[in-house]
Every structure is written in C-alpha cells, then in structure tokens.
Design a protein around this ligand. Sequence first.
Ligand SMILES: [Zn+2]
Ligand SMILES: [Zn+2]
Length: 344
Amino acid sequence: VKVKVAACAICHSDIHSFRGEHGKPPLPAIGGHEVAGYIEEVGADACYVKKGDPVVVSIVKRGCGECYFCSVGLSNMCQNRPLRAEGATGEGLSAPGRYTNKKGQRLTQLGGTVAGFAEYITVSEYNVIKIPADVPMDRACLLGCGVISGYGAVVNRAKVPPHSSVVVMGAGGVGLNAIQGARLNGAYPIIAVDVLDNKLEAARKFGATHTVNTKKDANPVKTVWELTSGRGADYVIIAVAGLDILRQGFNMSGFSGTTVVVGHGANENLAAFAPVEFVAGRTLTGSAMGASRLTLDIPRLITYYKAGRLKLDELISNRYPLEKINEAIESSLQGEALRNVIVF
Ligand SMILES: [Zn+2]
Ligand SMILES: [Zn+2]
C-alpha cells in the first residue's frame, strides 16, 4: 500500500542507525519508522485497507493471522510477511530498495520496511494498522514504535503484576512509556533512573513514584534496594543503550527478578555477566518491540489515550517540517526532547 505520510517521529534508533551503531547500512538511506498517515493507493493483493483510511505504520508486523506465531498470539513474529517493500534488492533488513534519489542512487530504507522521513512510503499492508479518524496524526505516529516498545515491554513481555516493583532505566521516549505501562498495570514502586533531572521530572508526570539520578546518587543500586524494602526490584526495564547501564540495572533486580533489555547499541556483549548471578533465579530477557500485537494493542492504547489514562500529548516536545529535520535530530541528540515529530 502507498501511504501519504502525515507525521513521523524521531526515534533514538534512527540516530543509532545514522551513526552506524546498529550495523552499517548502505548509504544513502532514508530513516524514520514511527509513522502515521493516510492510505493513498492500494495494491492488487491488499484487502485490509482502502484509499483514505488513517493508519499507523510500524516495523512491527500486524501478522497474517494464520502462521504458527500468529496462532499463539505472537503476531509480531509473523512468518508470512515480506521483510521489506517489494522491489528491494540484496540481503539483510537494510538492503537498498527501489527508491532512488535525484542522482539515481538506490536508497536504503533504514527501518527495513518503513522509511518515514518522506512524503510518501510504500509498505506491505501487514505493516499498517487502521486507526479511528479522530486521533491526531502527530500523536498517532508515536504508537508505531516508542509507545508500544516501552508499554509492551512491561505489559506484554514482563507481564508485570499489580503491586510489584518496577525500575525503568532511561526516561526517554521508550522509558516513559514503560513507566505508563507499569502504572496501568498497578505496579508500586515505579522507580525511574536517568542522568537528566528534566527527564526524571517528566517520569514523575508519567507515573514514576520515585526517581534516581545516577549522576548525583553515589550508589544508585543501593538506593533501589532500599526503595524496594531490601528485596531488589521485581522488574527492571532497560530503555537506553549501554552495557554499563544494563549491568547497573541488572544489579537492581532482586531474587527471581526479571530484567528486560529494550535499548541496545553497537558491539555490546554480555561478557560482564557471570552465571552465578543467575543462581538466585534472575531472568535477563529481550523484548521484540514490546511483543506487540498491533490489532490488540493499538486500539487499546487509543482507548486509554481517549480516556485520559495514556499520555501522548505530553510526549511531544516539538514539531518540525521535513526541511528542518536536521534541527529536530540535533535536539533529540542533545537529550533535551522527549519526542520530536516531523509533520507534513
Ligand atoms: Zn523506533
Ligand atoms: Zn502470521
């Protein structure tokens, strides 16, 4: 399907990609993968959407509904879906596709399937999910990656039960949504950990009950153990890249605690962990885009938003036209913004 892009947010994964921290894609390339827009054209085999439908576009798969993974509720792992838009050549997720620039160079889609810093994109209909017409597009696009990655890590992957303690490392676009997920699931305490006071302040607004600034606290791990009655955290969500941060977060988890890795950078490996640390029954696990089931999670999140239980308006720091994208990325790099959105 061809989508007329209405809004595309800047995710930190875009920045990791630009810097080659998620592998080295062939250049030139188009980034952007948190997209909302309107269906412009529909291919012969598409039957889920029609022209004019408002949609969220995501690199998460909506799923075919028929394969093994779809059958067991893991539609994000769906096997029946092309890895990239038709016409892409070469191997790997970030192979150059059919798009060319004015110089005739083939363009890589950084997200593999979605290249949203553009007026129009062509994607598989498995990558779009219909939304109600009354959801503002600049907010809807956030649902495509940052919101589901954070919320889903807590709600779908960790399945955090009420009254359990949750630590969220990194109070950025993903971390704030992990905090919202923890709040919606009834966790307590919800401890946000970051190095920037402005982000910790935002974390409180999103539902954190306690905050720890690792730049100011001499022993953040000890602080978390104290805040959790000496038991350590039941769940730790790592929403920022960096092995030291992962190490620190893991040490905050208690006996039988679970650490979910969401943020990741380049060349990180787990050599810093010793098997004996897992003897206490600790779990270290990943989260594939929040283990999201788009057909269930997106409508649910929109309902929460309309009911005032999910903050989306507050996630947006600034809106920019496409011509000012470098300014927007620079602002995201400085860590001063929660989410910057390119609006068309
Ligand atoms: Zn993203
Ligand atoms: Zn499937």
